[in-house]
Design a protein around this ligand. Structure first.
Ligand SMILES: C[S@@+](CC[C@H](N)C(=O)[O-])C[C@H]1O[C@@H](n2cnc3c(N)ncnc32)[C@H](O)[C@@H]1O
Length: 512
C-alpha cells in the first residue's frame, strides 16, 4: 500500500494553523507530554461518562462492535476502554504517557482481547486494512497540522474498507481561537480546520483511492444543571473509495454540494427567494400547509432529512412542540442552520447534524415522523433510503416527502443536460410511490403537484423581480440574472412535460 497526501492538504492545514496561531510540533511536544498528565486531566468522571455514552451510541447505531478490531488513541478515557473492551473482538490502546496506560490497565483489568502500546503512534506500524474502528477522544488537539495529517493517513491505512473513524474534539471559531492567549492556543482549533483535515486525507491502494466520508458530525452538549459546560464535536467518518468521476469532479459528494449548488452565497441567494430559513419551493407557505397534514403532537420526534437551513424544523418545533433532528450533508447548510436556530431560540428543541442520509443509521423505531423536502433528488438509491426510513419510524409513524420528479418515458436533451450538471436523479411520481410501497409503507398518497409548483415559481420570480435593486445590492447582477433565468427554465421544463413536482405521504402501520 502506497500512501500519498493530497497535494493541497498540508498547505491548507498550515494556512489554518497560521490563522489560529502556530501549534507546537509533535516531536517537541511528545517528550514533554510523556512526563506530565496535567494537560489531559481536565475532564471529570461525569464528562468521561457522557463522552463514552455518545461514542458507544454512535458505534452501536452503525455496526456490531463484537465483530470489531478497535484502536483507541489516547488512554485517558478509561471508562471508554473498559466498555469497548467488554464488547469488542480486540482493542489496542495507544498512549506514550505511562501514567495513563497504567491507570487504564487497572480500570480495564486483565483481558485477553486488550493490548497496550506506549510508543509514539506516529512511529508504530499496523497492518493495512486490519481495523474496523479507530477512536480518538480529545487527542487531535495535541498534534500540529503536519503530524495530524500523518496520523490521519495512518488511520486510513489501518482501517478496513467501510471501517469507521470516530473523533471527538472541542472546536472554536477562528475568531475565538485568535483571541486566546499563547498558553491556551494548544487546545484551540476551529471546526473548519478539522473538517478540512478529514476531507483532504487520502491514500492509494493497488485497486483504489480511499478517503474519509462523513457519516455524521454533531455538537454534543455536556450540561450540568441548566449550564452547558462543554460542546465538543463528535465526527463519525467512514473509509470509502473516493472517485472524482462519481462526485462531479470533487473528492466527495459533500464537497460537491458545498462548493457548487450550496456554497454560502448560493444558499443565501436561495434564502432571499424562498424566505428566511428556507431553501426550497414555497418556503414557509408550503411548509405550513404540508406540516399541518402530519398531525404532529407535542413531544413527538421528527427527523427532517436534508433539512437545509432549518425553516421546516423550526416551524414543527415552534407551532407543534415537536423535537426535531435535522440532518443535512452540506456543511454550509448546517453551519447557517445553527446560527438561525440560536436566533429563533430553539436550541433545546431542534438539533442539527451534518450527516449523509445514505450512510447515517438510527436505531429502529426512533421517530414519529420523517419529513423531507426537495432533497431525495440528490440520492440515487431511493429504495434503500426508504427502507431505512421505514425502519427508523415507530409503528404508526408518518412520512411526508416533496421532491422534484420527472415524467415517465424519454426526456428532452435540455432536461438531460440539466440533470447531469446538477447530479440529480429523478423518478416519475408513480415510480416514487411504488418504491415507497416496496420499502414497506402503507396508505401511500402520491400526488403530482406540478401545477401548484408552476404557480409558486411564478410568484417567487415576481418577488425577486420586485426586489431587483435590493437583490443586486446584496448579491450581484449575475446572481439576479441566474435566479430569474433559473426560475424561467424550471417553468419551461415543467410546461414541456419533463419535470414534475411530487408530494408523498405514507404510514408505517401501527400493527406491523
Ligand atoms: C433543496 S435543499 C432543501 C432544503 C430543505 N429541505 C428546505 O426545504 O429548505 C436540498 C438539501 O438536501 C441536502 N442533501 C443532499 N444530499 C444529501 C444526503 N445524502 N444526505 C443529507 N442531505 C442531503 C442538500 O445539502 C440540501 O441542503
Amino acid at each position: 500500500m502506497h500512501r500519498s497526501i493530497h497535494p493541497t492538504c498540508t498547505s491548507t492545514l498550515v494556512h489554518y494553523e497560521e490563522k489560529v496561531g502556530k501549534k507546537f510540533n509533535m516531536a517537541d511536544f511528545w517528550p514533554i507530554h510523556c512526563k506530565t498528565t496535567s494537560s489531559r486531566t481536565k475532564r471529570s468522571t461525569d464528562e468521561d461518562e457522557f463522552v463514552t455514552q455518545n461514542i458507544l451510541k454512535a458505534i452501536s447505531q452503525h455496526t456490531d462492535v463484537s465483530d470489531c478490531n478497535v484502536i483507541q488513541i489516547g488512554a485517558h478515557n478509561c471508562l471508554l476502554s473498559k466498555e469497548i473492551a467488554s464488547k469488542c473482538k480486540s482493542l489496542l490502546i495507544f498512549d506514550c504517557n505511562k501514567d495513563f496506560l497504567s491507570s487504564n490497565r487497572t480500570a480495564v483489568g486483565e483481558k485477553a482481547n486488550v493490548k497496550y502500546c506506549g510508543d509514539n503512534v506516529l512511529q508504530v506500524d499496523q497492518p493495512a486494512d486490519s481495523v474496523n474502528i479507530v477512536i480518538i477522544d480529545e487527542m487531535l488537539q495535541y498534534f500540529d497540522g503536519k503530524d495530524m495529517q500523518a496520523l490521519l493517513e495512518r488511520i486510513l491505512t489501518w482501517l478496513k474498507k467501510d471501517g469507521y473513524f470516530l473523533c471527538l474534539e472541542s472546536c472554536h471559531s477562528i475568531k475565538e481561537s485568535s483571541d486566546k492567549s499563547e498558553g491556551e492556543k494548544s487546545s484551540c482549533r476551529d471546526f473548519g480546520f478539522y473538517h478540512a483535515a478529514f476531507q483532504l486525507v487520502s491514500i492509494d491502494s493497488a485497486d483504489s483511492h480511499f478517503g474519509l466520508d462523513v457519516v455524521f458530525s454533531q455538537t454534543l452538549q455536556y450540561t450540568q444543571g441548566e449550564e452547558v459546560r462543554k460542546s465538543p464535536t463528535l465526527w463519525m467518518m467512514i473509509k470509502d473509495p473516493i472517485s472524482e468521476q462519481c462526485n462531479h469532479g470533487f473528492k466527495t459528494f459533500q464537497e460537491f454540494l458545498d462548493s457548487k449548488q450550496y456554497s454560502v452565497t448560493g444558499i443565501l441567494r436561495y434564502e432571499k427567494v424562498f424566505g428566511r430559513c428556507f431553501v426550497s419551493t414555497g418556503g414557509l407557505d408550503t411548509t405550513k400547509k404540508f406540516v399541518a397534514k402530519l398531525n404532529i403532537k407535542p413531544g413527538e420526534k421528527v427527523l427532517d432529512v436534508g433539512c437545509g437551513i432549518g425553516g421546516s424544523a423550526f416551524h414543527m418545533a415552534q407551532i407543534y412542540g415537536a423535537e426535531v433532528v435535522g440532518i443535512d450533508l452540506s456543511t454550509n447548510m448546517i453551519l447557517i442552520a445553527h446560527q438561525r436556530c440560536q436566533e429563533v431560540n430553539l436550541t433545546q428543541k431542534v438539533h442539527f447534524e451534518i450527516a449523509d442520509a445514505t450512510k447515517r443509521h438510527f436505531e429502529p423505531c426512533s421517530f414519529d415522523v420523517i419529513y423531507s423536502r426537495d432533497t431525495i433528488i440528490h440520492i440515487k438509491d431511493k429504495l434503500a433510503l426508504f427502507k431505512k426510513f421505514y425502519e427508523w419510524l415507530k409503528p404508526g409513524g408518518r412520512l411526508l416527502i416533496t421532491d422534484y420528479c420527472c415524467s415517465a418515458g424519454s426526456h428532452s436533451d435540455q432536461f438531460k443536460s440539466y440533470t447531469k450538471q446538477r447530479g440529480y436523479i429523478f423518478l416519475p411520481v408513480e415510480k416514487y410511490g411504488q418504491e415507497l410501497k416496496e420499502a414497506g409503507f402503507q396508505n401511500i398518497q402520491s400526488t403530482d403537484m406540478t401545477d401548484h409548483f408552476i404557480e409558486i415559481l411564478h410568484n417567487e420570480k415576481n418577488k425577486v423581480h420586485n426586489m431587483k435593486k435590493e437583490f443586486i445590492q446584496q448579491f450581484s447582477v449575475d446572481d439576479y440574472n441566474a435566479i430569474i433565468s433559473g426560475w424561467e427554465e424550471k417553468v419551461q421544463r415543467c410546461k414541456y412535460g419533463d419535470q414534475k413536482w411530487g408530494h408523498f405521504m405514507a404510514e408505517k402501520l401501527a400493527s406491523t
